[in-house]
Write a protein that binds this ligand. Structure first.
Ligand code: SF4
Length: 280
């Protein structure tokens, strides 16, 4: 949940998720739609699907016992090099280094040069405390997040300043990816307290199977009820929500407010329905 998302935004979801799926067996046995519904609003839904698939693997292939080595963890769905190293070192005290964006920056500054990915992993492994690998990895990530920040690092407060070859920002070869700007239109159609929603195709590359308000391709000067900003990866959307636009879409369904919590909604739809007081 915390990948690409702030702690403050996650806490509420995390608690609700654990209440609904208190152990790996419950998560493995759940329907995908109810996992996605509990995740709804966090974005990056592929992570929820992967988590669900990983829970099934843990139950089936590991007798419901979480594997403890980075190699075994890496075999689980959605668990890559970073996540497996973080779980193995923090939860099981295995001597494996973790490299995330923060650690990458700290190591490059400590050594005073831009390095290839594999070299950074190697240097992190050389530095690792084998006695307390979990604490070491968390300290490195925290150092990058709070002291050795991307802009204006706090070198005077830095606990490793005496070992640092840079003591400041290092020139980066990579230029920042600029956000694209797009406009999107949706319609909020209400009838007897219900709201009209459509389900994205199961084969869609983005948010497959999730429910959303019907998109409007030709707004034709219709009155805008709500305007809001929404970002998905590298695109910043200005979203305009119209009201009761007549639709040709036979696939759309009227959904009652009591059902809204049980179906997977896209984050944007959740925001709009909250503004319309369909959701708390
Ligand atoms: S001295 Fe400055 S640049 Fe070097 S690791 Fe510390 S905060 Fe980062």
């Amino acid at each position: 949940m915390l990948q690409q998302t702030r702690v403050a935004a996650v806490i509420e979801y995390y608690q609700r998720f654990l209440k609904k799926f208190p152990n790996v067996q419950k998560l493995a046995a759940a329907r995908e739609a109810s996992v996605l519904a509990a995740w709804s609003g966090l974005g990056y839904y592929r992570r929820a699907r992967m988590l669900h698939a990983a829970a099934k693997q843990v139950v089936k292939e590991h007798n419901s016992q979480f594997p403890s080595t980075a190699e075994e963890l890496c075999q689980l769905s959605g668990v890559g090099r970073y996540t497996s190293a973080a779980i193995a070192s923090i939860a099981f005290n295995q001597p494996v280094a973790v490299v995330d964006g923060n650690v990458e920056r700290v190591i490059q500054r400590l050594l005073g040069k831009n390095l290839a990915d594999e070299t950074i992993w190697r240097e992190a492994t050389n530095l690792l405390s084998t006695k307390r690998p979990g604490d070491f990895n968390q300290a490195m990530m925290e150092l990058g997040a709070t002291v050795c920040t991307p802009r204006q690092p706090l070198c005077l407060l830095c606990p490793v300043e005496q070992f640092c070859a840079t003591r400041g920002e290092i020139k980066s070869d990579t230029s920042k990816v600029s956000q694209r700007k797009r406009e999107a239109f949706y319609t909020l159609n209400r009838r007897h307290g219900n709201v009209l929603l459509t389900q994205r195709p199961r084969t869609a590359s983005l948010m497959p199977g999730m429910w959303e308000l019907p998109a409007v391709t030709n707004p034709n000067g219709a009155k805008v009820w709500l305007t809001l900003k929404h970002s998905i990866t590298v695109t910043d959307y200005t979203v305009r929500v119209l009201e009761n636009v007549a639709l040709q879409n036979a696939e759309a369904k009227w959904i009652s407010p009591s059902k809204l919590d049980r179906i997977p909604l896209t984050g944007l739809t959740r925001k709009i329905l909250k503004a319309g007081r369909f959701l708390q």
